[in-house]
Structures are given as structure tokens and as C-alpha cells.
Design a protein around this ligand. Sequence first.
Ligand code: IMP
Length: 424
Amino acid sequence: MKNTVVVGAQWGDEGKAKITDLLAQKADMVIRYQGGCNAGHTVVYNGETYKLHLVPSGILYGNKICFIGAGTVILPEYFEQETNELKERGINLLNLKLSPLATITMPYHTEVDGWAEDTIKKGKIGSTRKGIGQTYTDKMARCALKVGDLFDEETLSEKIDIILPLKNKILKEVYGLKEYSKEEILGLCKKYKKIFEPYVCENWQELLYTCKNKTILFEGAQGVMLDIDYGTYPFVTSSNPIAGGASTGSGYGPSMINEVVGVSKAYLTRVGEGPFITELSDETGKKLREIGHEYGTTTGRPRRCGWFDAVITRYAALVSGLTSIALTKVDVFDDFDEIKICTAYKDIRNGKIYNHYPTNVFIHKYLEPVYETHKGWKTKLSDIRNYNDLPQSCKEYLKRIEELAGVPISIVSVGPDREQTIFI
Ligand code: IMP
């Protein structure tokens, strides 16, 4: 296998964890490059289900180096809980390495996130309440604490003196929230240091040099449509899930990346607020949710469901430079008479057809999907392992997706288990 990025090609929850897990078999190192514990990756390994948030799924193999890169944000209590649970279940964490450049989510970040979710009515994001946006905001505003800061007392004290007066002013005057004393922050940092100590990799550069000629899998969280620059802004997360984020977030330059696998569901889902042109608010949407078990891994929220949107896939192929697509949950359609694919959007105000994704999401309320309808296969796919054994109408559906996206499908997933996979 060549060095590969696994990226969500929709709004997250595409089944990246299974694909990452499959590809990790052939990798020496797995790097998580962005996001935080807003992500929820469900992996079935040896018949057991693991729900991972920050730890790369390659950890379950025991022999892969798993690196959490500089592009991530870490909520210490969640990291502690996740690593403890894995240890209790007998997973070896000796190869788990955390970048000292990763940014720490402080309690005031989650407090402000919760405040915004509870207070803002118009334009609410529907975040995971994990302080993601607030942590990245501080990172970009150059007033965040990094994991490495915890390991140098003088730096930590100096940084807190700079950050805290500003934070307290905002917490009190803008949000009416509790202020923090330096002692409180130092106390928290002492606790965090203990949590991170076994994993933090001060010599991360050496680690990256050592692994340079090995096989690397870059694991993205969320998806292209939640990207801060290319997603449905402002209804996005605050990092770069697109393949370019693999470079900035891992510490390896773009020349280290050879392949980009875009993971797409055979239909679409979204959690949280924001436009969703092919959303189905009817019985078909309910059917997709029930058959596909579409409830959030992190928050348990029911996911909004809709038909496959080829406009989005084509867009994802462009902005993430997809070299192939892994199409997941194709078996969810086994019982459907008809399956639709959205090929373009039509503006109901003037009939204008959009073949490319209109990035101004405030006009999406005027857009309706242009569909083509495909015949369902009415066959159980979950036991099929070879492309040639797929029903003809399923093959035609896959071919059409390839044609519309302009990218070949390399993997078809027909169930949650590793074996329920067809490689093309
Ligand atoms: P945040 O990342 O918690 O700030 O949430 C911003 C938006 O991204 C919300 O609509 C969330 O529901 C969505 N989001 C964040 N992480 C994920 C994920 O892992 N899967 C799906 N949606 C996500």
C-alpha cells in the first residue's frame, strides 16, 4: 500500500473507521491529523465493538505506531477516559504517541460551546458541545495552551499570565460565565500533564524521520462538507478534514501523500444544523435511519438522512483530490424498490441548474435536487465478497456514481464487519 489519506467525503459518519481499520492492516503508522473528541469512530474488531474518538483505530492491531498530530485538539478528560477504557479491554497503548503541538481544550472552551448552543437560536450550529470551535478559535488567535506547554513550568506560567486576563474578561463580560484564577488553571494543567505524560512524544520529529520510509495512513475525522474552508460554512467544524489537512495536521509535507480514499455512504446523513439539499423528511428518510442505524456515535442524536448527492461527491473529489471512493452501507438499500441519485440542483426562483456545489449555503433554501432514479436490486448484499457476484442493477448504480464523481470506486462495504467488503 502507498501512503494514503482516508477522508470523509460527506458530512462525517461515512464509515471511515471501518475503512481506516481495513487499510491500517497494511500500514506501519496511522496518524490522526485533525478534530478532537467531536469525532466518533465505531470499529468492530475480533467481534468486539470499540467506539473511538481521538485514538487512531490502528491502535487495535497492537503493532502500529499511532500518532495524534498537531492539527488535533484534545479534551484531557475524554482522552483519559478513552485511553483507560482501551487499557481495561487489554489494548496495548505503548505505540500511542501524542504531538506536543496538539492544542488543549480547557473547561472554558466547553462552557462557551454549551453557552452558545443553549443561547443562540438563529444560526445555531448544533455542535457536539466539546469546545471544538472555541479551542480552534484560541489556537488561531494565538492564545491556546499546547500539550507541550504542560511539560515546562516556566513556559506554562508565562503563557497563563498572557492568556488568562484576556480569557477572564471575555468569559465574564461577553458570556457572563465564571472566571478562572491562575491557581485553578495550574491545578488543571498538573492533572492534564499526568494524563498526557505516558503518550506525549517530545521527539516527534525523530519519530517522523524514522517512519518516513514506512507505510503511513492518515486518518481524517468528520468530512469534506464540515471543512472550515470548503464545507457548508458556517455550519461546519473548525478544522480541515479535507486531505490537505493531513499535511498541516501530521507534520509530513504533501509529497508524502500518494493516495486519497474518499469515504461516502451510498446515501447521505448529517447531524447538527445546516443545509442538506437531498434530505428526506418522510418515510424513506425514516427507513434509511432505521435500517442504517443512523444515530450519532458521540452525541446519540438521530442523524438526518437523504439520497446520495453526486454534486457533493464531485466537489469532495476536487477539493480533497480523491484518487478513489470507498462506498459504504450499500446493503442498506437491499430492500428498496427504487434508489435516487442527485445529479444537480435547480434554483426554484429562476430554474437555474447548478452542476457544481454552490458554496454560499444561504441560497440553498432555494435549491431543489435534480434526481435520476435507479432500480433497486432486492437482494441481500451482505454475504457477497466479489464484485462480479453483485446484482446487475447494483453494478449499474456503482458505475453511475463513478461516472458522476469522476473517480473510481475501490471499495464497496456491505456490512460492518471487515469481511463484508468488496475490493474492486
Ligand atoms: P463541532 O465540531 O462540535 O463544533 O460541531 C460542528 C458541526 O460538525 C456540528 O454540526 C456537528 O454535528 C458536526 N460534527 C462534528 N463532528 C462530527 C462527526 O464526527 N461526525 C458528524 N458530524 C460531526
